[in-house]
Each structure stands twice: as C-alpha cells, then as structure tokens.
Design a protein. Sequence first.
Length: 433
Amino acid sequence: MSETAEKATLAVGGKQLDMPIKKGTIGPDVMDISSLYAQAKMFTFDPGFTSTASCESKITYIDGDEGVLLYRGYPIEQLAEHGDFIETCYLLLYGNLPNLAERKEFEDAITHHTMIHEQMSRFFSGFRRDAHPMAVMVGTVGALSAFYHDSTDINDPRQREIASRRMIAKLPTIAAMTYKYSIGQPFVYPRNDLSYASNFLHMCFAVPCEPYKVNPVLARAMDRIFTLHADHEQNASTSTVRLAGSSGANPFACIAAGIACLWGPAHGGANEAALEMLAEIGHVDNIPKYIAKAKDKNDPFRLMGFGHRVYKNYDPRAKIMQKTAHEVLQELGIKDDPLLDVAVELEQIALKDEYFVERKLYPNIDFYSGITLRALGFPTSMFTVLFALARTVGWIAQWREMIEDPNQRIGRPRQLYTGATQRDYMPMSRRGK
Ligand code: CMC
C-alpha cells in the first residue's frame, strides 16, 4: 500500500480535515480515516461495511463489476482449469505457485497429517445422529484446540505453520466423519495413496464390506469445487476469522468461528437453500410464480443462488461451476435431471427480467454447486460443510496475514448509539403491575 500525494478533504464542524488517500495495486483507492475520531470526535457509519476496507491484504482480489476473481494475481478460471487444490492452497498460504520440490514437500506434509487423534472419534458420539452436520463441524473443529494444544501459540511461527497444515489436512477427515456419523456408517480412515479430493470422496463413500474405486472425473470435479471456494477476500466468515484472531484467540477457535458464520443462509448456507428452492419450484411451469414471489417486497422469498454483495456481474465461479455440473451429470449418465432443467430455465428467465437486470442480480456459485454436489452423492445438509472444508485454507491464509502484520491490533468497531440516555434505577414497587 502506498500513500499518494492526494488528500481527501472533509469539512466537519467548521474544520477542514485532510485524510490521506492510499493506493493498492489494483482496485479502488481508500481514504484513511483512522485519525478522524482524534481530530473531529466523530465516527464513520457504514453498517454492512459496504464502503469500508477493514484491512490491507495481498491474497485475493475481486472486481465485482467485471466479474473477476484473482488468487494472488492468478485468475480463478486458470487455476480451476490448469491447477489443482493442493497448489491453490500453497499459493494462498505462501504467495506463489510451488515449484516441483515445494509442491512435493507440501503435498507430502498434508497427506501425512490427515489422521485425527483417535480420541476425537469418540468425541463425535456425544452428538445426536440427526444433528445438522454444520453443528458438528463447529464443535469438532473448535475441539481441535483441545487435542492439538501444542500448536496454539500464535506468537510462535512454527506453531502457526503446524496448526495451518494440520487444519488443511484434517478438515476433510472431520467433514467425512461428520457425514458418516449422520448416516450411521463406520468412519473410514484416510488413505495416503490417494489425492486430496480422491481421499475425501473415499472417506465419504467407501464402506468396509466392499472396495470403492474413486471415479477420476468426479474426483477432478470435487477438486475444482474446493479450488473455487478456497478464498473470497473479506466476506462475512473471513472477517469473522480475522476479528476472532485479532484478540489473540488460537487458530482452531478462529476457524470454528468462521464455520459458524458460514452456516448462515445468506452466506455458505445458500447452496443448500438454492437446491431446496429448485426442488420446491419442481417444474419449469412453476418458475413465473416464484419469480413473482422474489420480486414481491411483501414476500420474504428470494431467489437463492442469485445476487451477491460484490459481484454485480456474472460470478466467474458460477460459470466454471455450471460447466462442472454438466461434466458430472454426463459422467454419471444423468440425462434428465428435472432440477437442472429448472435451474437452466430459471437462469434464462431471471437474466432477462427487468427486476434482476436493474439490480444486477446474476447467478452466484451456489446456484450450480448444489446440483453438482447432489449428483456426487452428498445430501443437502453436507453442502455447507464442503464449503467450509474448502474455505479453511483461505481463512488460514487471511488469519496468518493478519497475525504477521506488525501493525495488527484488536478489531473494535464503534457504533452510533440510539438507545436510552442515562436514567436512574427504578425499584420494582414503582414500575407498575
Ligand atoms: N432475489 C430477489 N431479490 C434480491 C435477491 C434475490 N436473491 N438478492 C437481492 N435482491 C434485491 C433486494 O431485495 C434489493 O432490492 P431493492 O433494492 O428493491 O430493495 C436489491 O436486490 C439489493 O439487495 P441487497 O439485499 O441490498 O443486497 P446485499 O448485497 O445486501 O445482499 C445477498 C447480497 C447475497 C445476501 C443477496 O443477494 C441474497 O440474499 N441472495 C440470495 C442468497 C445467496 O444466494 N447467497 C449466496 C451468496 S454467494 C456465496 C458466498 O459468497 O457466500
């Protein structure tokens, strides 16, 4: 970040205040208002942070108007097409694509840390079988700090590195165990001869009574889904991880906080909600009714999988996801998927409808990811879990960047208070019946 000679001048309470303007490498400049309170005894007000840059970051860049997503400068389309999730993890964590030796060392380390402490498997049995898998994820990932206390000192770079690699390696195992527990099947141990995505599919779908061969087309689709979800700059869950981490909380607790935030239907829960919505619409004939509901301000219904806080153009991840959905359905020989028919038709209609065009509401990644994940064999309740698994590396990269910043301070937003002014305590006898 460089400071420009240019300043923004604010006229407040008869005073002229000069605010420095800072430049990034791409994207909008920022006005540094950190001295505003000291100079003017005034805060800025921006609920939902629509105009606020909460931090400086070198990891992910989004141009929402153009539909661009870059991880460390590389377009998501190129990473999804030519790269894989393991090198995307390396890229997000360390800033560059790995060379051969770096890749081997990293992949080896991740592969050899996939097992979880055996006692953790007993921890699962404390949950009800019908618990939502995200509830189990929040609990078990939070519990990692109890099992791996030796990597919770955030001031030790070595411990930060170990905790990071442990989480990237163990999240698939925990996610698969969450799934197996929910359907009453035995846990399947990780296999070191399989790739990250293949091993995950194996842990989810293998059973002890017969061999399970991972389909390479489906493993590639799974890997691509992980890559597409790996990071997305300062969204709600990432900001949650940063805020939790800013107090010095341990990395496992911070990632558990991110998972809790991701669970919401406006964020990571949208892929589950999008598929449920497609099922509710059921048939292309019902689409006009649902489009009308989405446009009706008195109806809380929204088209799930449409719209995005940042993308005011087609979400670049949605295009890749759409292609992946078709590849998976073709590989599985699913010719007529009624939900896919509804999705394709709904997309066409919404893209032409004035309401959606005016508000720049385009399909987001969740619109097609649900169809793909369902075809891969996952129940809807697992969709957000898969998102959490993939996003873990992004959260960790962002958490590390924050911890390693010498100017890092605890995050502490301010408020505009509109409650009661000071008043005196009233005894019960004077409060009426
Ligand atoms: N269906 C119908 N109308 C919508 C939708 C939708 N999906 N999304 C936004 N609008 C309308 C909204 O009613 C408002 O209209 P008006 O200006 O007339 O009041 C306008 O568009 C702007 O909406 P907003 O709520 O101010 O936009 P936001 O930036 O606060 O919300 C969003 C973004 C993603 C929460 C929202 O678009 C939404 O709820 N979408 C459905 C849920 C969804 O698909 N979420 C996944 C996001 S992508 C995954 C991720 O990154 O987590």
